[in-house]
Structure formats: C-alpha cells, structure tokens
Design a protein around this ligand. Structure first.
Ligand SMILES: *Cc1c(COP(=O)(O)O)cnc(C)c1O
Length: 388
C-alpha cells in the first residue's frame, strides 16, 4: 500500500536536491565559519549565500536574517527579545487566541515576569479584526504578534493592514510566517512587519533550522550569549549543513511558489468539495477562500478526530487532528475553540495539508476511504441518536 502523506503543515520531506547540497558541509567543507583559514571561509561563504537566498524569498536584506534552530526559537526570540530590550518603553504585548504554542507559551512566560498580554479574539473564520488591534494598543504597548496564517485552519490574516496600524502607532509587529513562507508570497515590506519567523522543515528543508527576520533598527535582546556569531544576535557555531539546506530549499520554493500554490489549491478545493458531497454533517473550518493553498480542515459530527486518524492510518493516509492526545496538550485545540467550535466539533476535526508530491489520485484515495470510516464510527457512536 502506497503511503499518502497529507500532513505537510506538521513537516515536509527534505528535497533530495537539498540533501545533496548539504552533504559536502559535513565532510570536505566542515570548517568553522569563524576560522580565518580557507576551510572556515568556505563555510562562511556558504552560510552567507544561504542567508541571501532566505532574504530574497521574503524581500529582505541579508543583514536582516538571523538563523535560529527553527520556528520555535524564532518566535521565542521575537517575543522575549523585544520584551527585554524595550522594557523601559512599556510592558504590554498584543497577540491572538489562535497563535502557535511557540508564541502563546512565550507570552504566558512573559506574563509571569511582569508583562501584560492581550489575546485578541478571532471571528468564526479565524480572522483577526485589524480594528481590534488598533483599539488594544495603548501607551505601554511595545509589540503586536499575529501569525501570517493559521497552521490549523489555514486562515490568512490581514497582516498588511495590521502593519499599517502598528507602524502608525510606533509599535513593533511580529508575524509567525512559518506556514506561509515558501507557500504564498511573503514580502516583509508589503506586510509592514518588523519581525517574521520562518522554519526550514515546513518548506522542504531540514529540521532544526529556521530564521528570524529582524528589520534594521529593531531593538532586540539576544536569547543566546556566547560568541559573536550572527552579528552578536545569536551566539553559537553556525549549523552550516542545515543552513545551506535551508538556503537551497528557500531558493527552490521561490522558483516554484506560483505553480505549487495553483496546483495545491485545486487539489484542496476538490478535496473540500468531495468531502462535503460524500459526508453529511461535515463542516469546513477556517476561511472559505482566504486560506492557505494546501490546507483542508473539517469537523465531522459524531466522530472523534483521533479515531478517524487511526483508521485513515490503517489505509495508509497520514493526516492530523485538533483533537486531544495527538498533541501533548489536554483537551481540544485552543485555536478551534477560539473560532467558536463546540468542544465536540473540535474533537471531530481533521486536517489534511497538501504538499508538492500530492496528486489527484491521493485526493481520490481520501474520498474513497473517509466516508466508509465515518459511517463505521458513526454506527458505533453513542452520540448519535438511535445508537447505544
Ligand atoms: C511548525 C510551526 C512552528 C514551529 O516551528 P519548528 O521549526 O518546528 O520549531 C511555529 N509556528 C507555526 C505556525 C508552525 O506551523
């Protein structure tokens, strides 16, 4: 049975071209970029080239890219780095109820250390209202952090408009763009952001490497103290092979972005249409049109997300749920609840996230498998009238 991978929002396979590009930096070109002999300088050159490629993908300048160990570190660095460097200016941070845990848990940590955090609500489609951002900004506000698109429901947020508001107010804007970079156009100047998080393994690069875009002039305290790497913004010997892989993945993503977005959004729409036609009491979560080209998130009434996942797995299909236990956290996804879903519907959610290797055949396989799984589970469900 061929495995059908539909969980690209969790991670993507590293492209063979990327792996090939990384290999020499483990062996022949293993030097430390801080060394002045040519071995070291070869590695330094490779890191700088990767930096230029990542910068190009988001319309930034090379000097504004700080490499990190991934999206989580980039988010933590943005939140804590701005908080600590701007304490004299204020202690108020504004974010949303649907952020990735890398942002929301960093905010909770800061709350315990004297910062005040406002968690803005979203509408039923998962959209943040820019006017809510405007109303929440006060004298003590130093940072607004709103994700570019939801990793769960795929809704794309109005960052550009929020950025106009934060710019006018003189407040920094951070956006977690881990799900959008390399998938839809991301331009730091168009978006009006000061800080933006990226992760390589969500765009067909290796795991354990990412970047924080830091607009020139942004006041930020480092999280890591040690050597002077990354212009004193992130100490520690550079992860040269992974950074090279990140650069290659960013380059390829930029070249293929338009074609992939078009192709995947067609598959997305046919999966949504097919599921809606074949399964009754099924609801699409997230925005009907303003959503990531690769995201399908549905809730199936009278079915447990986890039960559906395990059954899909038996049929070779990998997906995800916002239900309990699959994540380490208890209870259903905070993001789905923030959209106003009942706990039952949140427990019955399924996320399919498409990728560059998926085909119409994969969509057809899901459409063949899921209706039968749902029917079997519903037949056993005590939630459904007539059973139990
Ligand atoms: C995956 C993800 C992260 C975390 O990135 P890592 O590189 O896995 O640490 C952060 N934010 C969003 C929206 C994500 O999807």
């Amino acid at each position: 049975m061929r495995r059908i991978y539909l969980d690209h929002a969790a991670t993507t396979p590293t492209r063979p071209e990327v792996v090939q590009g990384m290999l020499p930096y483990f062996t022949e070109a293993f030097g430390n970029p801080s060394s002045i002999y040519s071995y070291g300088q070869e590695a330094r050159g490779a890191v700088d080239e990767a930096r230029a490629r990542v910068a190009e993908l988001i319309g930034a300048r090379s000097g504004e890219i700080v490499f990190t160990s991934g999206g989580t570190e980039a988010d933590n660095y943005a939140l804590k780095g701005v908080a600590y460097a701007n304490e004299n200016k204020g202690n108020h941070i504004i974010t949303t109820a649907i952020e990735h845990h890398a942002v929301s848990e960093a905010c909770k940590f800061l709350e315990k250390r004297g910062f005040r955090v406002t968690y803005l609500p979203v509408d039923k489609h998962g959209l943040v209202d820019p006017q809510d951002v405007k109303s929440a900004i006060g004298d003590k506000t130093i940072l607004v952090s709103v994700m570019h698109a939801s990793n769960e429901v795929g809704t794309i947020e109005p960052i550009e408009e929020i950025g106009r508001i934060t710019r006018e107010a003189g407040v920094y804007l951070h956006s977690d763009a881990v799900q959008t970079t390399g998938h839809i156009p991301v331009d730091v100047d168009e978006l009006n952001v000061d800080l933006l998080s990226i992760s390589a393994h969500k765009l067909y690069g290796p795991k354990g490497v990412g970047a924080l875009y830091v607009r020139k002039g942004t006041r930020l305290s480092p999280l890591m103290h040690g050597g002077g790497q990354e212009k004193n913004r992130r100490a520690g010997t550079e992860n040269v092979p992974s950074t090279v892989g990140f650069g290659k993945a960013a380059e390829l993503a930029g070249q293929e972005l338009d074609d992939e977005a078009r192709k995947q959004s067609l598959l997305r729409d046919s999966l949504i249409k097919g599921l809606t036609e074949r399964i009754d009491h099924l609801h699409l979560n997230g925005h009907p049109s303003q959503r990531l080209p690769n995201n399908v998130n549905v809730s199936v009434e009278f079915c447990e997300g986890e039960a559906m996942l395990l059954n899909l797995d038996l049929e070779g299909i990998c997906a995800s749920t916002g239900s309990a236990c699959t994540s380490a956290s208890l209870g259903p996804s905070h993001a789905l609840l923030a959209l106003g879903l009942s706990p039952e519907l949140a427990h019955g959610s399924l996320r399919f996230s498409l990728g560059r290797e998926n085909t119409e055949e994969d969509v057809a396989r899901v459409l063949e498998s899921l209706p039968g799984i749902v029917a079997r589970l519903r037949a056993m469900s005590p939630l459904l009238k007539g059973n139990g």
